[in-house]
Design a protein around this ligand. Structure first.
Ligand SMILES: Nc1nc2c(ncn2[C@@H]2O[C@H](COP(=O)(O)OP(=O)(O)OP(=O)(O)O)[C@@H](O)[C@H]2O)c(=O)[nH]1
Length: 403
């Protein structure tokens, strides 16, 4: 058998870099930028999906966040980013759940200029992410945050406000906590003084040098997904019937998790799952082709990583852009058939939870079968009837029988 040489490797790599061949995980991470010449009126025309507005002072890190999360830019490459001098818009349209427009504003933008059309910018559904550089003096940033929030809230009381206390990689743990407390206190005091205490600000400690920026963005994006309660319920049913400890439904391109079950998220588990996605994409990228014949990375594809602490990471693809990553104890993986069966049920149910079958419109109805093990010798067929309605948690009920 011919050995696999460096030449072969280079050949495969160049083949792969010129065309995407790893099946359903797309290799080019381009989301289809909007026409760079279009003006703000076109960017914000009313048919729109939710918007995420990235605002903050100059050099606070807005463009870096966007590039790292949505374009796989490495943190060090952001050192060479030039200052943004006009509003930059991009469509993020991955799975049917991750659909929004992200707008990167130049730091020096003047909201009080007559040409600044607040109605168009702040109107509609979405979130305003205000980035504060925690390594710098943040008094001016707080003042700008206050002005921005008041102005935006006046135009659109439904807009969500998310404050990223950013670049915390340079701070000690104590300083991080103290900075967050101080910024939280001052920002809320300013709102109380202005008589606007009803405005809610959410705070996150972020850095592009670790997974905190992905975690924070996940939470921002989740709030824009109307089907979130349904997805969480499905994940809860899936893990509790499969002996799984934690499951994340990932947007593969960005590594944002769009939903997880209701057990608490610990950062280390999230990081492990993100890294698993990177490994799977890299391996598919390099070895996804066999002697020139494309090996499909299709809906049957999966990956298992055994850790040395009797834990297993299990990845299954849900759709072209979504993957389910589970963490479970090695003992429970003896029943892989059961997990796989339940996964199929989960995937079928997810396909019904699309925006076209929106939970706010006529509720679709699906019957989902989950296999459940009570002990090693007894397997029950659990038939779970999930009727997806506006309040899915009230409409889930189960019945089971022996097989
Ligand atoms: N240490 C550290 N530096 C960061 C982080 N995020 C961004 N930076 C750096 O901050 C600098 C400014 O980043 P940009 O993304 O250009 O900032 P911006 O807010 O888009 O700037 P304008 O376009 O001028 O408004 C760059 O040198 C980045 O490398 C972070 O999390 N930690």
């Amino acid at each position: 058998m011919a050995s696999y040489t460096q030449e072969d490797d280079d050949h495969y790599r160049s083949e792969f870099s010129s065309s995407y061949v790893v099946g359903s995980f797309p290799k080019d991470f381009v989301y289809g930028p909007d026409d760079p010449d279009q003006d703000i009126t076109t960017i914000l025309s009313p048919d729109q999906k939710p918007k995420i507005l990235l605002m903050g002072l100059r050099r606070s890190g807005k463009s870096s966040i966007q590039k790292v999360v949505f374009h796989k830019m490495t943190p060090n490459e952001t050192l060479f980013l030039e200052s943004t001098n006009k509003i930059e818009s991009e469509n993020i349209s991955n799975s049917s759940f991750v659909q929004f427009k992200i707008l990167d504003f130049p730091g020096q933008i003047d909201f009080f200029e007559p040409s600044f059309d607040s109605e168009k910018i702040f109107g509609g559904q979405g979130a305003l992410v205000f980035v504060i550089d925690a390594q710098d003096d943040y008094m001016e940033a707080l003042q700008r945050l206050h002005q921005t929030v008041l102005r935006a809230h006046k135009v659109n009381p439904h807009l969500r406000f998310e404050v990223f206390i950013h670049k915390v990689d340079g701070l000690s743990d104590d300083t991080k906590i103290e900075t967050q407390r101080d910024i939280h206190q001052r920002a809320n005091d300013d709102l109380i003084d202005a008589g606007m205490e009803q405005i809610h600000l959410s705070f996150y400690l972020t850095s592009i040098y670790d997974h905190s920026i992905f975690e924070a963005f996940s939470k921002v994006v989740q709030k824009l997904i109307p089907q979130l309660p349904t997805l969480e319920n499905l994940l809860n049913i899936f893990i509790s019937n499969s002996g799984i400890e934690k499951a994340f439904l990932f947007d593969v391109l960005s590594k944002i998790y769009i939903a997880t079950d209701s057990s608490p998220v610990d950062m280390q588990s999230y990081e492990l799952c993100c890294e698993m996605i990177d490994v799977v994409i890299d391996i598919s990228d390099i070895y996804g082709k066999d002697e020139g014949v494309q090996v499909q990375f299709d809906k049957e594809s999966s990956s298992i990583i055994k850790l040395n602490n009797q834990t297993i990471l299990y990845l299954r693809e849900v759709s072209r852009y979504l993957a389910l990553v589970c963490i479970l104890r090695e003992d429970n993986f003896d029943r892989q058939g059961l997990i796989d069966y339940n996964f199929l049920c989960f995937r079928n149910a997810i396909q019904e939870v699309t925006p076209s079958a929106s939970i706010t419109s006529t509720p679709p109805s699906t019957t989902t079968h989950f296999l459940l093990t009570f002990d090693a010798s007894l397997i029950l067929l659990l038939t779970s009837f999930c009727t997806l309605t506006e309040e899915p948690e009230k409409s889930l009920y189960v019945a089971y029988g022996c097989v």
